[in-house]
Design a protein around this ligand. Sequence first.
Ligand code: GAR
Length: 204
Amino acid sequence: MEKTKIAVLVSGGGTNLQALIDSAACGQLSSGELALVLAGNREAYALRRAEKAGIPTEIVVKKECAGQAEFEKKMLAALEKYGIQLIVLAGFMNILSADFTSRYPERIINVHPSLIPSFCGRGFYGLRVHQAALDYGVKVTGATVHFVNEIPDGGRIIAQKAVEIQPGDTPEILQKRVMEQAEWILLPRAVEQVSAAILKGETI
Ligand code: GAR
């Protein structure tokens, strides 16, 4: 069966990548093939997860490039090499330029650990997002899966799920709850939905 070729872009632990690997293994992700894991960091544990699952890996480190243009040129070359049709940002800690995002309109998905438009945009990533939610004192946070455009965290929303904040939460405790109750559920579902739509030539 023909499948949408997916690249997962990672920088860290890769638990969202693992959720995608697991959903492919159990058949939930059936319209897409995890064809490439592209890491922005040589030490990303996500690379080990990819290797264990038999997914090809590539590494492109921004600091080792002359600038954003060279960084993106290298990434585009890797994506083209594997015939990638859908890009999933799963804890990828680099912002992509308008030049890059405009090449893949509604073909880049991101998972963000808050209910957008709260606690999002430039500077809001990883534990900083959860710290900001705790500092503000909101009682509910969550996760958002959205398309990526030229505005950081500003693309069309695909799915959201709310998660309650509990007394005594630290950023680390909250991050784990948001991952377990929202991110690892929403992301595989959205990736299957978009992969299936791409195969049918439809938009979601
Ligand atoms: C996840 O919580 C993801 O939502 C967040 O980084 C974490 C990566 O974890 N992404 C952002 O903050 C993007 N702005 P993982 O490497 O274990 O999937």
